[in-house]
Design a protein around this ligand. Sequence first.
Ligand code: IPE
Ligand code: IPE
Ligand code: MG
Length: 257
Amino acid sequence: MNIPSQTGPVPRHIAVIMDGNGRWAARRKRPRAIGHRAGARTVNVCIDFCLERGVEALTLFAFSSENWGRPDEEVGALMKLFLGALDREVGELHRRGVRLRFIGERSRFSEAIRQRMAAAEAQTAGNARLSLNVAASYGGRQDIAMAARALAEDVAAGRLKADDIDETTLGARVALADLPAPDLFIRTGGDLRVSNFLLWQLAYTELWFTETLWPEFGVEELEQALHVYASRERRFGLTGEQIAATQAASPMEGRHP
Ligand code: IPE
Ligand code: IPE
Ligand code: MG
């Protein structure tokens, strides 16, 4: 594959469904946990790429609300992998200016994992080079439901009027509300679905899919995804002519009318 270096706009925020670990292992007649371990290496490749290319935020789907329903042995192996990664990787991420955050239902994790998540967030809170968000025990519907609950509590306490609930107030309560919405969504593993990832946040995200299984995903395909992204016309419901006029007026800001 020979893809020219991408010259158009680089996405500010990339969201990734890291899928295909189990199939990667099955093809090698190995247990699924081996696939997850192999997949963990690809995570570092992605982070390095984002740091090099000046991507501001990377959100990785590591474990969905629904993944708790997998066989105990697999869930146990994934928890061991999380714990190990938290112990091994956070120091280096901090050194490289990465701010680490976890989104999802944290109460379902063990005390040991929750403590390390909190410590990693506290240690890296002042970093600004790359915002790395790990969606773990995360579900998009759960995210929106929790935002609705928070608004309901505000209304019940008299801090907010029901009439004031709109896209802005709800959008401010979903995960990652302080970041620009993902510009580019990547899913590996060949399935063409969103699987309850950032449902609210992906409203106008550009979608890109590859058959490649996550442990085999790498820089070449990231380059390809960015190249495709740069060639897309994001219209946000407007006409192509309107977008062209906005870009002519302010070429640097044309991506977010
Ligand atoms: C993604 O890989 C990782 C997690 C869901 C934790 P899968 O484990 O879903 O791999 P496949 O889709 O079965 O190949
Ligand atoms: C989505 O993948 C979740 C993660 C990659 C963590 P799944 O493998 O769980 O999705 P489905 O079941 O194929 O939709
Ligand atoms: Mg899968």
